[in-house]
Design a protein around this ligand. Structure first.
Ligand code: SF4
Length: 503
């Protein structure tokens, strides 16, 4: 049913893909973190649409480094370019000039359940009948396998392993609906799980957030047009003005002439959102504003709450760079201890760094971080990090700090122990690999070899955020999977209709 009739620009050959962008070595610091999944962006009503998408993806590179793509339109046809690699490596001036148009959507990807092949790179695009559209998705569906099997029974042929292609086929199979918005709404009613989407038609851009609003999505104004992006840091780079967040369950349609039409076709039963609280703890850039709250401020608050809950007599507070820095500032301010950079990060270690033979102990961490020996020697230090996932990197950092002469090491974590995986669009290790799922705090303390270890409580998180716990998803540390698990998903409630305007 789906026919790819896009002008697909030239693509790098396989050899270049394999040799050009190696995966991050497992010893990379971020290898022992939950990983962001994707960034999405859409721009309409501006002749620089593709350029703005490119710059926005560049600003949101932290949300996905495996590959990137942009689909654009001038109102008559669509053009697409996708490839493996960092945004700045995927696009150059020539490719962006070929993507020139008045509307575009873009996607930066880190694979979650979809595998890591070129075919899974987004945006996905399709034609059926007179309709052409492209889609970029951030999140994960918990009923994707069920929907895929059902669609295959009906004859759908999948060319990727991505959840997002399931959405594309659902839209294509909504043959009882006569307009693109109605087809989209019919498809979204079938989805269970987390999805923040941008959909590009020849004359419209549609932004959608699932009924629980798990993943962020914000609306901005750029010139006479509009931009929708996963994080507001994208707006700052291109000079766009923040307008508002896309609401949970909202479908916002933006026409080529700048008309906004908002619908709320999806609602969850209790009408409580389930925004991912880990966006504040780790995923989002600290200069972004997520659901009305500045991420940097929240991280500082988390550190202050941590100091209130778990004070300790020490000489220095040391952040684990970079993500632990705001929480360490908050901890230091609250405790009255000085904060110093006892761990220095090398910012120039690229993704293509090839690790030589592991003859040097803890080489993987050392290439990224070095302990400041003069500062640490003989000191009692409080080390602040945002999370402990497997515990392997924390252990290596502690070894490095001890070798630099630290006399006492007190490890403080600005989130509760992560005991479960994420099913809603974040790449996490399996439950068994999460050290806190099988070890208590004392066992983890002993494993990473620190004098004391303490985590912020769930209550401390919500004091820092200043909003009630029932507005958030915190399943990876409470086990409360409000949208269901892959075999046991919660149904949103259909409450409205998108209207009947023809495409
Ligand atoms: S399970 Fe954790 S990482 Fe996943 S959406 Fe919920 S809070 Fe975020």
């Amino acid at each position: 049913m789906l026919r790819r009739s896009w002008v697909e620009l030239s693509r790098k050959n396989k050899l270049q893909i394999i040799t050009g962008h190696q995966p991050v070595p497992s010893s990379d610091l971020s290898g022992d973190k939950f990983r962001d999944e994707c960034a999405v962006v859409g721009v309409i009503g501006n002749p620089e649409a593709a350029n703005y998408c490119y710059l926005s993806l560049y600003a949101m590179q932290h949300r996905g480094q495996e590959g990137a793509g942009i689909v654009s339109t001038r109102g008559t046809e669509m053009r697409a370019y996708r490839d493996m690699g960092l945004v700045a490596d995927v696009f150059d001036e020539d490719k962006l000039s070929m993507l020139a148009g008045t509307a575009a959507i873009g996607h930066a990807r880190y694979a979650t359940f979809g595998g890591k092949d070129w075919e899974n790179l987004q945006p996905f695009s399709a034609n059926f009948g007179e309709n052409s559209f492209a889609i970029a998705h951030n999140g994960n569906l918990v009923n994707a396998d069920k929907l895929r099997a059902e669609l295959e029974q009906k004859g759908a042929i999948f060319s990727t392993t991505s959840d997002s292609e399931v959405i594309l086929h659902l839209i294509a199979h909504a043959t009882d609906q006569d307009t693109i918005p109605k087809k989209l709404e019919a498809a979204f009613q079938r989805l269970r799980g987390a999805f923040s989407l941008v959909v590009l038609g020849l004359r419209r851009l549609i932004a959608v957030r699932d009924a629980f609003g798990v993943r962020p999505l914000s609306l901005g104004k750029i010139g006479d047009g509009y931009i929708v992006a996963s994080e507001t840091c994208a707006f700052d780079l291109i000079g766009a003005e923040f307008v508002r967040d896309i609401e949970p369950g909202e479908m916002l349609e933006i026409s080529a002439d700048g008309k906004l039409t908002s619908h709320k076709p999806l609602k969850n039963k209790n009408n409580n959102p389930a925004f991912c609280v880990f966006e504040y703890i780790y995923f989002s850039r600290p200069d972004s504003t997520i659901d009305g709250l500045n991420v940097y401020k929240i991280r500082k608050n988390l550190g202050a709450e941590l100091a209130k809950e778990h004070p300790i007599d020490a000489d220095l507070v040391i952040p684990v760079p970079d993500s632990g820095v705001p929480a360490a500032i908050g901890y230091a301010e609250q405790s009255g201890l000085p904060m110093e950079f006892g761990l220095i990060r090398n910012h120039y270690v690229g993704r293509t760094f090839i690790e030589p033979q592991q003859s040097i102990r803890n080489f993987g961490v050392k290439i990224k971080l070095n302990a400041n020996r003069d500062l640490l020697n003989g000191k009692r230090i409080v080390v602040v990090d945002d999370s402990i996932v497997r515990g392997t990197t924390s252990k290596k950092i502690v070894t490095m700090l001890r070798n630099a002469g630290a006399k006492e090491i007190h490890f403080r974590v600005s989130s509760p122990p992560t005991t479960g995986p994420c099913y809603y669009g974040i790449d996490t290790p399996s439950r068994e690999e999460l050290i806190a799922s099988t070890h208590d705090v004392e066992e983890i303390r002993s494993y990473i070899n620190v004098d004391t270890l303490a985590y912020l409580s769930a209550e401390g998180i919500y004091r820092a955020v200043g909003k009630p716990q029932e507005n958030y998803c915190d399943a990876c540390f409470t086990g409360n999977y409000r949208l269901g698990e892959p075999m046991n998903c919660v149904s949103p409630v259909k409450v409205g209709s998108i209207g009947s305007r023809k495409q």
